[in-house]
Design a protein around this ligand. Structure first.
Ligand SMILES: [Zn+2]
Length: 280
């Protein structure tokens, strides 16, 4: 029995007991993936069937909603004053395949259980933990060090519900260690004829591209549970202006890096995906 199937039965059992409703439960899924579901009530028998494990869990929540159960905000469950089983049918299949909650602040980590639980109850199937690389602070993201403290709990919560796990943020420049500037300044970006060690790098430099492959390999190997990695460059068009890089647009410079990182991911974890951003 899958973990989401176990959780679906536990949630149905808990809520129906609170409502003083007696039922015989049948919960299953016909395949390994898919968020679609069907449920039925016949007498005191409640049957929930998902396309995949997550579909079974979503179907259980959909059935409970049909009784009047609500989860309006994380950490809050509202039960109807009375509930009875009546013969009925329900079904659902999402028109939008990816439905994602971005968790990008350390403030939510102490209540992570409430938030992930709320997402699944409302049929959100993806959680993106937006993090910042080591030592780079917390501007619009969860600092790396705080993420490490929450990671095990986050993975357990997502796996219990079979939710898609996305991780990362503006970590691309971190893959070229800044302390290499003295030895290989040609790997770093040029502005007005001078190399500098801030922000993005020289996309024409084989040394820089090799560093991206090396750094991203370590990142991917350290995070085998991640389904989708985000490894973005710095914002604000801060790319290289060396004579070679000036021949291409900032978007093309970014894509050179994306291709190197994507090839590395395909080698380390071919089941995972790399998200690329298109604004620069
Ligand atoms: Zn360059």
């Amino acid at each position: 029995m899958s973990a989401p199937q176990d959780l679906a039965i536990a949630e149905l059992t808990r809520v129906l007991a609170a409502l003083n409703v007696t039922a015989t439960l049948h919960v299953g899924h016909v395949g390994d993936e898919g968020d679609g579901f069907r449920w039925s009530v016949a007498g005191d028998v409640v049957t929930v069937e998902g396309d995949g494990p997550r579909g079974a869990l979503f179907g259980a929540y959909d059935f409970l909603e049909s009784l009047g159960v609500l989860w309006p905000v994380p950490g809050r469950e509202v039960l109807p004053t009375t509930a009875t089983l009546t013969d009925s049918l329900g079904a659902g299949a999402p028109a939008l395949l990816g439905r994602c909650m971005i968790i990008g602040t350390v403030a939510l980590l102490p209540v992570l259980d409430d938030w992930v639980t709320w997402c699944a109850r409302n049929k959100i199937n993806t959680i993106f933990f937006h993090t910042s690389p080591p030592g780079s602070g917390a501007i619009g993201a969860i600092p790396h060090e705080d993420w490490l403290g929450a990671r095990d709990q986050a993975i357990a919560l997502l796996r219990e519900r079979d939710l898609v796990f996305e991780l990362g943020g503006h970590g691309l420049t971190h893959l070229l260690p800044r302390d290499r500037f003295a030895q290989t300044p040609e790997a770093f970006r040029m502005v007005k004829g001078e190399r500098r060690n801030d922000s993005n790098f020289c996309s024409s430099s084989p040394i820089a591209i090799a560093a991206l492959r090396e750094g991203s390999r370590a990142l991917f190997e350290a995070n085998p549970d991640v389904d989708v990695f985000h490894v973005w460059p710095d914002d604000a068009g801060s790319w290289c202006h060396c004579p070679e890089c000036e021949q291409v647009t900032p978007s093309e410079q970014s894509m050179r890096a994306v291709i190197a990182v994507a090839e590395t991911l395909a080698d380390v974890n071919p089941n995972a995906q790399l998200a690329a951003i298109s604004y620069l």
